[in-house]
Design a protein around this ligand. Structure first.
Ligand code: C2E
Ligand code: MG
Ligand code: MG
Ligand code: MG
Length: 284
């Protein structure tokens, strides 16, 4: 009986193990062909200047199109990172976004493009050169490109990250620290990496309207950044009250569902975000 139970236990164990593993292998194979089959696409979420009351940039966000459904990055970017495929996909993101940015310059001169770069990509010694090459290809100034890295990505291998950031900067490309406040937000990183932009994480911005402590933290970060001439982008602006508070705090740039969700390139011109800005007294 003990033997029997042992076998059953083993069977149970092996089933629970092989389930996810098989699914993972299947998913990995699908991801391997997704790039060649054009199954990835980019959506773009606008960012607005509170002072100028207009759209000043967009952030490119990847989606995986599967049978007419758009799969969000949280469901496949980690696997792209684990398999290293993110290196190839990351270059596709940069090329695609910059080609789109070139087309948009005619409609919105000076519009900037932000792309998310994964920690895994930083081990590519020629990544900054690749970005510069793509900018060149489209005749775009380096300052029109903003690379978003999380604090975690900067700290995984700080020496490597700093080499990349210095390479970027020599081409005029700007560094944004993404999800600021959720990682190891140490002042020494602001000193060492000297980012041009801080993106305040939505976990502070979202609850601003109802939670005084979140609002105070946001206010503090804005004051800190102002002293260092760092631009602050508040992400996750979901209601008018948060927007009004951010305007009062003289936050530079706002992004969030209240202004616009991420949209397909063809829908960017119909975004209503700017109209919502004029409702708050953010202008000078
Ligand atoms: P992120 O870079 O911090 O992007 C912001 C995420 O917040 C996006 O989710 C966006 O759709 C969402 N968001 C925007 N406004 C609001 C709001 O008002 N409320 C709420 N609740 N959410 C809002 P998304 O597109 O699902 O992307 C999730 C994450 O996936 C990104 O976080 C980024 O870390 C990663 N990601 C997306 N595209 C890429 C890519 O091309 N390459 C890499 N390496 N990572 C990417
Ligand atoms: Mg981002
Ligand atoms: Mg973020
Ligand atoms: Mg994030």
């Amino acid at each position: 009986a003990a033997k029997q139970a042992g076998r059953d236990n083993y069977r149970l164990y092996s089933t629970t193990l092989s389930g996810p593993t098989l699914e993972r292998v299947r998913m990995e194979n699908r991801l391997r062909t997704a790039l060649a089959n054009n199954e990835f696409l980019l959506v773009y979420q606008p960012k607005f200047s509170l002072n100028a009351q207009r759209m000043v940039g967009v952030e490119a966000l990847i989606r995986w199109s599967q049978d007419g459904r758009l799969i969000p990055p949280c469901d496949f970017v980690p696997l792209l990172e684990d398999t290293g495929l993110i290196r190839q996909v990351g270059r596709w993101v940069a090329s695609t976004a910059l080609m789109q940015l070139k087309a948009w310059q005619a409609l919105w001169p000076g519009l900037t493009m932000a792309i998310n770069v994964s920690a895994v990509q930083l081990d590519e010694a020629d990544l900054a050169d690749f970005f510069a090459g793509e900018l060149n290809r489209y005749g775009l100034a380096g300052a029109l490109l903003e690379v978003e890295l999380t604090e975690g990505a900067l700290l995984r291998d700080p020496e490597q990250a700093l080499a990349f950031v210095n390479g970027m900067r020599s081409k005029g490309i700007r560094l944004a620290v993404d999800d600021f406040g959720t990682g190891y937000s140490s002042l020494s990183h602001l000193k060492d990496f000297a980012p041009e932009v801080l993106k305040l994480d939505k976990s502070f911005v979202q609850p601003m309207a109802s939670d005084t402590r979140s609002a105070k933290l946001v206010e503090g970060v804005i004051a800190l950044a102002q002293g260092l001439a760092i631009e602050v982008v508040a992400e996750g602006v979901e209601d008018e009250k948060a927007l009004a508070l951010l305007a009062k705090m003289r936050c530079d740039t706002v992004q969030g569902f209240y202004l616009s969700e991420p949209v397909l390139a063809s829908a960017l011109s119909s975004t209503q975000g700017a109209a919502r800005l004029s409702a708050v007294s953010g202008g000078a």
